[in-house]
Design a protein around this ligand. Structure first.
Ligand SMILES: Cc1cc2nc3c(=O)[nH]c(=O)nc-3n(C[C@H](O)[C@H](O)[C@H](O)COP(=O)(O)OP(=O)(O)OC[C@H]3O[C@@H](n4cnc5c(N)ncnc54)[C@H](O)[C@@H]3O)c2cc1C
Length: 679
């Protein structure tokens, strides 16, 4: 670290250490040995005693120096054995090193004062150029939050396995400490049961899992997988299985070995962000991305407003700039929300225009939000980060985002408010063009970073499917073929069944199936061709793909949402939410699927039979349209478009695909019959 070396040479203050190490566990001691080797001026501060975590391990606890293929580079070596042999081994390695360890000193926080850190403790304070935090996972034990947890027979740490002699023991948890507690107590206890909420011990070390397996075979330990503790009573415990069956067990002792909370208070006080934790600026950046996605999505399908703002379209770019400097335009711009609300509430508005005006209103609000927030974040960036600027992939990436944001604001603003079209192309055209370019750019980057054959084929498949059938064919090739008469006459099959009224956009349906893409099964003109094609695609072709290759074949190799997630979202893949809550949220897709079935079903019935709904005497189609508006705003625009893309950088690229996509939900059902079923 060049900066550290410079600071060290220019530091004449005797009171400032090169390094303060907090914590004298194996990590802190190893850091101390290295600092000693490098001739640095350092001190180790320890709140209790050195190696206190290990001293508190249960008597005779087996030690696993795992993972075994991990090379121990530190001078402090750890080998397999038991607690007592490990302590002996550690002590002998530092015996003649005379490390400067100050025990009984609790660090409360760290402050950064002009590149010199102040380490505040309950005794005295220390100054250092660098601080190493090696405090382990010393937070409080997690609790079950069930009645009876306060009984004195409930422990979160095993002291001596012999304490369990002749007792009925329940161990809760599935990590190493839970399994070790079960292994050690099984030597003494009358019975040992393990209750764990998951179906397997995926988190535990192999050695522990194997030992438990053997004990189960010998009937010394009983496994209660996929269960949760419901209540602890004086002489019993009540456990509930995943199918809500209640199990009652005789019990004298409970060990809740479900992990420890991280020492977050210490980090919060010291203003240190942990991985995955967001700073205020990150949260604001998050909001800005949502705003920008909002401008692009809502703007793309918003009503044209130039008639209100200017009276007519502008003729040229110079006109556009002239208008930008007139007070009349800005007067109209400021009063636009009132005009939009008035239009939306007026009786004369047609049902099919409602969405366009709602979109215009939302786009206006998010545009203002994006401008204010964007300016603030830009100023903040210039103030704090200008010295960190470097020409690399990160800079290119952010420059690309900024370009997209500015470009779309211009396309939106110019198109809707001034009536000009960039190079004569609509906003939807630019949207699809940049969607394809983004997949290409980030796809190439992905291939560069992970140059395996699989990644190469998969990424090229996504890039080409997006570029050809989803952009070049509908935007250029089909219109051109139509123009030169290669697609047949006006009354021919193509122009009556496939692209009626030159609706070349329908070709998106070749790749994007219902219910991900509604448009071929939901509009005033559902043709027999698209009806049959879509049904075969969704109910024959896709199930066949899923059966043969699994769900990932469509999502990861064909779909355009998957394409963006695999390319733009690739860097953020590790941010995907895990755990039981996230799993529950995955059910949203099933509800979206149900809504899609109802809405499309109503529409199809309304086309086949002209049923009127009793009392309101409206055609059933009207009801379908009414619900479809909600579906469109809620699912397509907000979930898929705005949140789906906006949260890429925070919760990974797969948020929409995993939680919202109705086609993925349908494929999930199909995949139950696939050979690639996820058990
Ligand atoms: C029951 C149990 C069984 C385990 N079994 C194994 C095993 O078999 N193999 C394995 O590799 N790992 C095992 N572990 C994990 C093991 O504890 C760690 O691998 C190891 O101790 C981590 O070393 P460390 O130096 O990072 O943290 P620790 O050993 O926890 O050391 C941190 C030190 O920092 C001190 N400290 C904390 N906060 C402050 C503060 N604010 N100010 C000053 N000092 C502070 C603490 O007192 C402690 O001495 C087990 C853990 C438990 C609880």
């Amino acid at each position: 670290d060049e900066k550290f070396k410079k600071q060290k040479t220019s530091n004449n203050n005797q009171d400032v250490f090169d390094i303060v190490i907090i914590g004298a566990g194996p990590a802190g001691i190893a850091a101390g040995l290295e600092a000693q080797k490098q001739n640095l001026k350092f001190i180790i501060l320890e709140s209790t005693k050195k190696f206190s975590t290990i001293i508190n391990f249960p008597k005779g606890k087996p030690i696993y120096a795992e993972p075994t293929d991990y090379e121990q580079k530190s001078d402090l070596k750890i080998s397999d054995g038991i607690k007592e042999s490990l302590l002996e081994e550690l002590e002998s390695q530092i015996q003649d090193k005379h490390l400067p360890i100050t025990e009984g000193t609790y660090v409360t926080k760290i402050e950064d004062e002009n590149n010199i850190f102040s380490v505040i403790t309950d005794k005295k304070n220390y100054k250092a150029l660098r601080v190493i935090i090696a405090i382990g996972k010393s937070g409080n034990s997690r609790t079950l939050d069930v009645p009876g947890e306060e009984f004195p027979k409930v422990f979160n740490r095993l002291f001596d396995p012999a304490d369990a002699k002749d007792k009925d023991v329940l161990v809760v948890g599935g990590g190493d400490s839970a399994l070790e507690t079960a292994i050690l107590t099984s030597e003494y206890a009358k019975s040992v049961s393990i209750s764990y909420r998951k179906p397997s011990f995926a988190r535990a070390k192999e050695g522990n899992a194997d030992k438990v397996k053997r004990l189960v075979e010998q009937n010394k330990v009983k496994l209660l997988m996929e269960t949760n503790v419901n209540e602890i009573k004086e002489d019993r415990v009540i456990i509930e299985s995943s199918d809500k069956e209640k199990i009652e067990l005789k019990n004298d002792m409970v060990f809740t070995m479900i992990g420890r909370e991280l020492p977050t208070e210490f980090f919060n006080k010291s203003n240190i962000k942990m991985e995955g934790e967001l700073s205020l600026i990150s949260k604001l950046q998050f909001l800005l991305l949502i705003f920008i996605s909002g401008v692009i999505y809502f703007g793309k399908s918003s009503a044209d407003l130039y008639k209100y703002t200017l009276g007519e379209k502008v003729d040229s770019f110079s006109d556009f700039f002239n208008q930008l400097f007139t007070i009349e335009f800005w007067g109209k711009f400021i009063s636009l929300p009132a005009y939009l609300l008035e239009t939306l509430t007026s009786d004369s508005i047609r049902i099919w225009s409602v969405t366009k005006y709602i979109n215009a209103f939302v786009a206006y609000i998010v545009l203002i939000g994006a401008l204010i927030l964007g300016s603030y974040l830009l100023l903040n960036f210039l103030k704090n980060y200008k010295d960190k600027f470097a020409l690399n992939w990160q800079t290119f990436k952010y420059a690309y985002y900024i370009f997209i944001a500015i470009f779309f604001s211009y396309v939106f603003f110019g198109g809707r408010y001034f009536g000009i079209e960039v190079f004569g192309k609509s906003q939807s055209f630019w949207y699809t063009a940049f969607y394809s370019v983004t997949i290409l750019v980030f796809g190439l980057r992905r291939i560069h970073v992970k140059p395996t054959r699989y990644i190469k084929y998969q990424t090229w498949s996504l890039i080409l499917i997006q570029a050809l059938p989803l952009f070049i064919l509908p935007e250029f090739v089909f219109p051109f073929l139509g123009k030169i008469g290669a697609l047949g006459g006006e009354n021919g099959f193509v122009f009556t069944q496939v692209f009626p009224n030159q609706s070349y956009w329908r070709s998106y349906g070749i790749v994007l199936a219902w219910p991900l893409n509604f448009s071929n099964l939901y509009n005033g003109n559902i043709t027999t061709f698209w009806l049959i094609f879509s049904l075969v695609q969704t109910f024959v072709f896709i199930p066949a793909i899923v059966y043969k290759w699994g769900k990932g074949a469509y999502c990861g190799w064909i779909c355009s949402c998957g394409a963006l997630a695999e390319t733009l979202g690739d860097e953020y893949r590790t941010l995907a939410p895990h755990g039981a809550k996230a799993k529950k949220w995955e059910n949203i897709g099933q509800w979206v699927l149900l809504a899609a079935f109802i809405i499309t079903g109503l529409k199809l019935i309304s086309i086949l039979y002209k049923i009127e709904i009793p009392i309101i005497n409206e055609n059933i189609s009207y009801t379908a349209d009414f619900f479809q508006k909600f579906y469109y705003i809620g699912i397509d625009v907000i979930f898929a478009g705005v949140l789906g893309v906006g949260v890429y950088f925070f919760l990974s690229g797969r948020v929409w695909c995993r939680f919202g996509c109705p086609l993925a939900a349908l494929m999930h059902i199909y995949s139950r019959f696939s050979k690639y079923r996820i058990l």
